[in-house]
Each structure stands twice: as C-alpha cells, then as structure tokens.
Design a protein around this ligand. Structure first.
Ligand code: GDP
Ligand code: ZN
Length: 399
C-alpha cells in the first residue's frame, strides 16, 4: 500500500466538561468528524483513537469577523477559498470520566482545552470542577469555554448561567477565558468558537534540542487473529510526543518497563489516524510501530510508560519526592495527606499506587508500589480515597 505522508497537528486540545454537556457533539461540529473510541478497524490500520479527531482551521481573507473562521477550505460565507491557519487535534476526556485519576493522566496530553458547560444546568457540575482542576494541575493555562445547549434556554437564563460560569472560572484562575454560547446540533457559533480557539489557545513552542519523551496512552496488537508469523506486525505504542522528535528506523526505549527494567526496541513506523509519518514531533496522537512482541502491547498494557531514544531515559524508582504546590482553591481538611496513607500517583499518563512515607512542611515522600519514571520538575498529582472515591488531594513538583 502506498504511504500517504501526513502533516501533524500542532497542538492537542482537550474537550472537557461534565457528562452529556456536549463534548462529542461539539467535537464533531468543530471537525466535521465523529469521535469514536472503539474502532477496531482503525487500530488495525496502525492508527490510534483516544476518542478524538483532527481538524484544520481556515480563515477567509475576504470576509470579516467570526464568519471568516471555518474548518473547511471553502468559505461558508462567500464561497471563496479560505486560508489555512493550522491543524489541531481534539482529545477527549478519557475513560468514562468518572475517575479523577484517569482525567489527570489524560490532561497530561493536553496543551489547551475547550471546557463545555451546558447552559441549561447549574454551574459548576462535579465533573466540570474536577476537569478544570486536572487541567490547572497539568499546567494548561489556555482554555475557551463553550456555553453549549444555548438553544435550550431563553436570553435571561443564558445571562444568569453565564454569570455563574464567569464566577466559577475566576475562582479557579481562568478569569480571562472567553465564554462562547453554542449549540452543537444547530452549528450555532461554531465559527466564533474556532475564532476563540485560534486567539486564546496558541500552539506550544517546540524546542528541537530537547530529548524525545512520549507518554504512552494506549498500546495494542494490530494483528488479526491467526495471522501468519512472518506477516505479524510488532506491538504498537500510542500516545503523544511531549518533546523532541522521532524518525522511523531509530532505536528507542521505554520505561519503567517490566519490574523497573527499561526495554529497548526500534521504531519501524509512525502512524496517525490519517496516514503515516516519516518523522514525528509534539502535537496530535502518534502510533509507534515497534519490533516488540505484540503480546506485550495488547490491551493497553503499556499505558503510562514513557518512550525516549535509546539510552536517554532516567532509571525507574519507587522513591517519589515532591514539593507540594498549593491549590488555587482552599483545600478541604479531608484532603490532608497523612503518613502511611495509600495514595494514587499520576505521573504523565502513568497511574500507580503508593504509600506516604513522609508528609511535612510542604514536602511529600511516597513509596510507589512499582518503579516509575519520574523526572525532576515533572508534575505529579496525588489522589486519596475520600468517601470511597479517589479524589485529588494534592499535587507537587518532583525534586
Ligand atoms: P458528552 O457526554 O459531553 O460528549 O455529550 P454529547 O455530545 O454526547 O451530548 C449529549 C446529548 O446532548 C446528546 O443527545 C446530544 O445530541 C445533545 N446535545 C449536545 N449539544 C447540544 C446542544 O447544543 N443543544 C441541544 N439541544 N442538545 C445538544
Ligand atoms: Zn469568505
């Protein structure tokens, strides 16, 4: 099959917010595609789906205002040819979003976000709060709010709801985020939403000198059952490159590996949902084809691992030490972290259990149950069980 070389997206934009507020519908309206988390067919074609879609944004030079923004080459306003702005990747809030720890590992892949809030419900809803907290912890500063389902409320209710959203955003440190009223099924204000994304969520600057680091979000076996040995393809690692770049043919390693032992392999292909790449960098979701035994990558078994060029990853450790950062909001007493307590650590896309060894003076020392790759300066989220649920209790920077 002929390879179609694809251009990579420049940024991963999370679609976050409470269940049923319209994330999937808006992603579709923004990109003209449905997000589909479970497409076996796509997995086989060495592509990867976290529940996301790529979109290319354009602006028409001849038209003025928001109407000039579109996700089509042809200007919907004047019918002329619009100018390409950039390609972005929309990343869904992963899992069934009831788990804060899952959301935290998903937020590690986002560099900006559209926070979807339904206009016909009180604000904030529990997931709305958790998603925004996860974002702020992973350092995502640029967000745009879609006040969706605007078609379901009258003007007065929309204004009152918007005031509540504004207050909520201020409390969590996002006071400058624009709020765009939208209606996904009617396509209302999708142009304004694209304009706001273009203006408020710039693509991250890429430092080409940094070492390759990719967070693995999925891993899988792309072979059909019963495939002949000599036709078998190696295991595939799916995720997002956070820094550095990778070329087909290069030697790589991933960790923590098994029992804390890093494993080496080779990058034999680089795929996106739309085609193949010869070289990949940050932005969008990438599938690395490897020479690994596909048994190792089956069923997302390597989720949470970190990929680097061979010989560049730090050793895995069970000793995690953090300088705790204060939350934007006052932390409730119940989130206090005590010695000997069991906690869940989220480091990049890795989620693991640990025991608190020391907790004093804004410092935490945690013994992770399994060795993990944690690099100095990396943000680590700590969740603890509160009322039978893992809830975010603290976060800090690895020292
Ligand atoms: P998600 O759980 O946040 O991904 O929400 P979905 O996109 O699946 O939407 C949940 C439901 O709300 C679906 O039945 C949608 O058709 C509907 N919906 C989404 N956006 C709007 C909107 O702007 N207006 C109205 N009336 N319904 C909407
Ligand atoms: Zn135009």
């Amino acid at each position: 099959m002929a390879k179609t070389f694809q251009e990579q997206a420049e940024i991963n934009i999370g679609m976050i917010g409470h269940v049923d507020h319209g994330k999937t519908s808006l992603t579709q309206a923004l990109s003209g595609k449905w997000t589909d988390t479970h497409s076996e067919e796509l997995k086989r074609g060495i592509s990867i789906r976290l529940g996301y879609a790529d979109a290319t944004f354009y602006r028409c030079d001849k038209c003025k205002g928001s109407e000039a923004y579109t996700s089509h080459e042809k200007c919907p306003n004047c019918g002329g040819k619009a100018k390409k702005l950039r390609k972005v990747s929309f990343v869904d809030a992963p899992g069934h979003e009831t788990l804060m720890t899952t959301m935290l590992s998903g937020a590690a892949l986002m560099q900006g976000a559209v926070l979807v809030i339904a206009a016909n419900e009180d604000c904030p809803q529990p997931r709305t709060v958790e998603h925004l907290m996860a974002l702020s912890i992973s350092g995502v500063k640029n967000i745009v709010v879609a006040q969706n389902k605007a078609d379901l409320v009258d003007r007065d209710a929309a204004i009152k709801n918007q005031a509540k959203i504004r207050k909520f955003l201020e409390e969590y440190g996002y006071k400058d985020a624009p709020i765009i009223p939208t209606s996904a099924p009617f396509g209302t204000n999708i142009d304004m939403l694209i304009e706001a994304i273009e203006e408020h969520i710039p693509s991250p600057k890429i430092d080409p000198k940094k070492e390759l680091r990719m967070y693995v979000a999925r891993s899988f076996d792309v072979n059909r059952p019963g495939a002949k040995i000599k036709e078998m393809k190696g295991g595939v690692l799916g995720g997002s490159i956070m820094q550095g770049s990778l070329k087909v043919g290069e030697e790589i390693e991933f960790g923590p590996g098994f029992g804390g032992k890093k494993m080496a392999t080779k990058c034999v292909s680089l795929g996106t949902a739309e085609g193949e790449l010869d070289k990949a960098g940050p932005g969008g979701l990438i599938a690395i084809g490897t020479e690994l035994d596909p048994l190792l990558t089956r069923n997302d078994q390597l989720r949470g691992h970190v990929v680097g060029k061979k010989g560049t990853l730090p050793e895995a450790t069970t000793d995690v030490r953090l300088d705790v950062k204060p939350f934007r909001r006052v932390v409730e007493k119940e989130t206090e972290i005590k010695v000997n307590e069991t906690v869940v650590l989220t480091i990049g896309t890795m989620t693991t259990i640990g025991t608190v060894v020391k907790s004093a003076g804004g410092k935490l020392k945690i013994a992770s149950k399994i060795p993990v790759i944690v690099e100095r300066g990396q943000t680590v989220a700590v969740s603890k069980k509160i009322n039978a649920q893992w809830r975010l209790a603290a976060y800090g920077v690895a020292v």
